[in-house]
Design a protein around this ligand. Structure first.
Ligand code: B3K
Ligand code: ZN
Length: 884
């Protein structure tokens, strides 16, 4: 159990507890309580004697009184589930120390001292995967946010920057490779079969960026010459046997390094860059200085085992972690409330990188889809928080789509308003001004303001207000004048009942219906509760294209005819706006359907418009297939639900499935032709072939909806003929939902073919748990008992249960079995891996937005979890807020 305790001297630490917390409630940490550290640690030396179930750590800290601190003589060293074996001050066994809960307090009289602490760890027993842990015979670390305190006692906060020297020794046969941050400065062997290595990282860093890896690993090695001629060795370390699947990651790394030089002027700053792939990992990857640790999922890729989407994810995450070297490591966060300073900015940087490597249009659509499915629900639910939160109980719960993805959108808006060149001047100034510092979001905004010459006074509200702004648009026409009236509402969110209007930059264009053209795009900024914008020169009412490129992360409410949407879906020259028109057309229809607002005539007319627009998309020779694939995707159920204050997930699912059936039948001939054409394109990684694979599965989904037998026949043929994972997984996904004999044959073949490949077996679990098969609940129960299932591997847990939690047929099953399944999972997983367990709570937390019968079941499941004894701080915080 994590025990957070109240510091004896609150002034010296940011970890400040509420005066009288209710029983069980973890202390609340508040942004406004920030105080600089009382003591600094300019240098750290760590000595590890490594063993899988017994590792000894000697940490030697040179500490110095902080002239900006409060002058206390107490040095607080955070700890978590560790005990000091010995404490020495300036070389002598110390008496002036005591424990305060999990923390170690040392009394120091002078200005500078050396504090040495010994601890002993059992990495094999560390199922939380925070701190030092064992995975398949190797040892590795994860320290962000507060894992370093599970290794040794330390002021484990991001504003304490130290240079690290690390020595490690261990059995050479068990751990032939020994890695840490920075450069290897010495190594040697002993007669007893052990060996050792010493590493030094010259760049001061916070403890969350410390990393160590020891194990039997093999590297794919390459070289990169930086823009100023530094020769860098690049290694991607994997378990022997996996090295053949590392080239895409290596290419992505080289591309990232070059792109960051070109796009942001950022150069790498060490002679070595190591990446290690680990199969037991709580998240995607970690940007430790010079030694990134990755989930295998974001490193390993070859055509046989990885889909095109997996390739893109590898590229994006490799880029993201690499970009952190500047946005995160060289400039880090002052405190964890500033997390979006590094995460929001780095997400924007990885989005720009991916769009430069591939299709800008498709990347933008994908990013907005993620925002709408993952972030909009956060903003409209009980866990809503600003991108710079004001308080937390467990910081791990704040690695959210809001901090990451909305954070990126907020910085993207600054870029849109400044233009790319001026924005670059702003980021240059930021990097220059704050290099080597632990900075704040405010520092970032000020640097962009100064460098780009923008006034961001009112814009700062985007950092402090949560909730997705709702913008209502109204277009009137008189004579030759069109007037656009915009109003904004920022909805109330927990703790923020009243909001101020925010500046909302909207890229717009007004189309002439006759010529099908517009007279130039404009950027307007709505910075009041309501405002009007006048446009002259229209003899007829124009067609409005608004929030082009998704220039602001808002929801636009604009009632309009299907005809206008069909027009924009066919003509808009902004690809995102074209996608938006298709989505709008389908969304309008589906929302009306679930709200029982469609009479027969309206249903007929709505479907016909969608069918017409989709047929035009299928036939349009000017579209590339990657974009065509995007335009063919129906709005996600989570996004449909977002449109309604309270919704019936069963009705949403039924309405969306019925539309697929109708489209599959109505467009049967076109879809078969499309599928045939795509099947004929041979495998390659170029955009045309990737586009063909994308529409192949899109077509198959609709064919199967319209004619399940034909769908099963084609899917099985696609499965059997596949020479790559994209086609094989796409076909299996379609088969998994069908009650057809081909389903069992393909699933059995897939499992047998990929036995031993954990990442692909994850897909096998996930495909079945995502299926819309009538027996899917029973299938998941059986999968949970399958010998390949384990609670100790987060990838496997997510493969089965995250898929279940987002599958409406499972999660929202009328009897509440889905809620019970996820509730049981949370309770069972919490003692093993609280961070991963807590990730499942938000789906239950949406109960207020769900129809009453299901809402009651969801709520009672949350109450059942809340009543469990010994909940982790992670799950406790999420459950309490969800019930609150
Ligand atoms: N910074 C890490 C995330 C750490 C999560 C800790 N719970 C990965 C990333 O965002 O790049
Ligand atoms: Zn990140």
């Amino acid at each position: 159990m994590d025990i957070a305790t109240t510091p004896a001297d609150p002034a010296e630490n940011t970890q400040i507890a509420d005066a009288a917390p209710p029983p069980h409630a973890p202390p609340v940490i508040r942004r406004e309580d920030y105080l600089p550290p009382a003591w600094l640690v300019p240098q750290v030396s760590l000595d590890f004697r490594l063993g899988l179930d017994a590792t000894h750590v000697l940490a030697t800290l040179s500490v110095q009184r902080n002239p900006d601190g409060n002058g206390t003589s107490t040095l607080r060293l955070n700890g978590d589930q560790i005990a000091p074996l010995a404490v020495r001050i300036d070389g002598a066994d110390a008496e002036g120390w005591r424990m305060d809960g999990a923390d170690l307090l040392v009394e120091l009289t002078g200005e500078a001292h050396e504090v040495a602490i010994e601890t002993a760890l059992n990495p094999a027993a560390n199922s939380q995967l925070m701190g030092l842990y064992a995975s398949h015979g190797m040892l590795c670390t994860q320290c962000e946010a507060e894992g370093f305190r599970r290794i040794t006692f330390f002021p484990d906060r991001p504003d304490v920057l130290s240079t690290y020297t690390v020595r490690m020794s261990g059995d050479k046969a068990a751990f032939p490779i020994l890695l840490a941050n920075g450069n290897c400065t010495a190594s040697g062997e002993e007669a007893d079969g052990t060996h050792w290595a010493q590493w030094h990282d010259p760049w001061p860093k916070p403890s969350y960026l410390f990393a160590l890896v020891a194990g039997d690993l093999i590297a794919n090695t390459a070289r990169f010459t930086t823009m100023n001629g530094r020769e860098v060795t690049l290694n991607i370390w994997v378990r022997p046997g996996d090295e053949g699947r590392t080239q895409h990651a290596m290419d992505s790394l080289v591309n990232s390094m070059k792109w960051d030089e070109d796009a942001f002027g950022r150069e790498y700053d060490l002679d070595l860059f190591n990446i290690v792939a680990v199969s037991d990992f709580n998240m995607g990857a970690m940007e430790n200085k010079g030694l990134n640790v990755f989930n295998t999922r974001y490193v390993l890729a070859d055509p046989e085992t990885a889909t095109d989407a997996d390739y893109d994810a590898v590229e994006g995450v490799i880029g993201h972690e690499y970009f952190h070297n500047w946005s995160g490591n060289r400039i880090t966060c002052r405190d964890w409330f500033q997390l979006s300073l590094k995460e929001g900015f780095t997400v924007l940087r990885d989005q720009l990188f991916s769009s430069a490597m591939g299709s800008e249009a498709v990347k933008r659509i994908e990013d907005v889809r993620v925002l709408r499915i993952a972030q909009f629900p956060e903003d409209s639910g009980p866990l809503a928080h600003p991108i710079r939160p004001d308080s937390y109980q467990e910081i791990s719960n704040f690695y959210t789509a809001t901090v990451y993805n909305k954070g990126a959108e907020v910085i993207r808006m600054m870029r849109t308003m400044a233009g790319p060149e001026r924005f670059r001047q702003g980021t240059d100034l930021y990097f220059d001004r704050h290099d080597g510092e632990a900075a704040t979001c405010e520092d970032f905004v000020t640097a962009i303001e100064d460098g780009a010459g923008l006034d961001l006074g009112q814009f700062r509200l985007w950092y402090s207000q949560s909730g997705t702004p709702q913008v209502t648009a109204e277009l009137t026409h008189e004579g030759t004048r069109a007037t656009l009236t915009l109003t904004q509402i920022v909805p109330p969110t927990p703790g923020q009942p009243d909001k101020q209007p925010m500046p909302i930059p909207l890229r717009i264009a007004l189309y002439d219906r006759e010529t099908g053209k517009h007279g130039g795009e404009q950027l307007i900024v709505l910075d009041k509760a309501a405002d009007s914008f006048v446009f002259n020169g229209f003899s007829q009412p124009p067609v409005l294209s608004i929030n082009r490129g998704f220039s602001a992360p808002v929801a636009i409410r604009f009632a309009r005819d299907n005809a206008d949407l069909v027009f924009l879906a066919a003509h808009d020259d902004d690809p995102f706006a074209r996608y938006e028109a298709m989505q709008g057309l389908m969304l309008q229809y589906l929302v009306a359907g679930v709200s029982e607002k469609l009479d027969d005539a309206a249903r007929e007319q709505g479907r016909a418009a969608i069918g017409q627009a989709l047929a035009a998309v299928i036939a349009d020779p000017a579209l590339d297939d990657l974009m065509r694939g995007e335009l063919m995707i129906l709005p996600a159920e989570a996004y449909i639900a977002e449109q309604l204050p309270v919704s019936d997930p069963g009705a949403i699912h039924a309405e969306r499935e019925a539309l697929k059936v109708w489209l599959g039948r109505e467009l049967a001939a076109q879809l078969r032709t499309l599928h045939d054409r795509a099947v004929a394109v041979p495998y390659s990684r170029d955009a045309a072939a990737r586009g063909a694979r994308k529409i192949k599965t899109q077509a198959l989904v609709l064919i199967a909806a319209g004619d399940p037998q034909e769908g099963a026949r084609r899917a099985y043929a696609q499965y059997s003929a596949a020479d790559n994972m994209t086609d094989r997984q796409g076909a299996l996904m379609v088969l998994a939902s069908l009650d057809a004999p081909e389903r069992e044959r393909a699933l059995a073949d897939f499992h047998q073919r990929y036995q031993g490949n954990a990442l692909v077996i994850d897909k096998w679990f996930s495909l079945q748990a995502s299926a819309f098969h009538p027996d899917v609940l029973a299938h998941i129960e059986a999968l949970a008992r399958h010998p390949d299932f384990t609670m100790s591997n987060p990838n496997r847990v997510r493969a089965l249960y995250m898929a279940a939690a987002v599958n409406p047929r499972v999660f929202h099953h009328e009897g509440g079995e889905g809620y019970r399944m996820i509730g049981n999972l949370i309770r069972q997983l919490d003692p093993i891996n609280p961070q991963t367990a807590a990730r499942f709570v938000p789906s239950l937390g949406r109960w207020r937005r769900v129809e009453p019968a299901r809402a009651a079941l969801m709520r009672s499941e949350l109450e059942r979890i809340a009543a469990s004894p010994d909940l982790s701080r992670d799950v406790r915080e999420q459950v309490t807020k969800s019930l609150g």
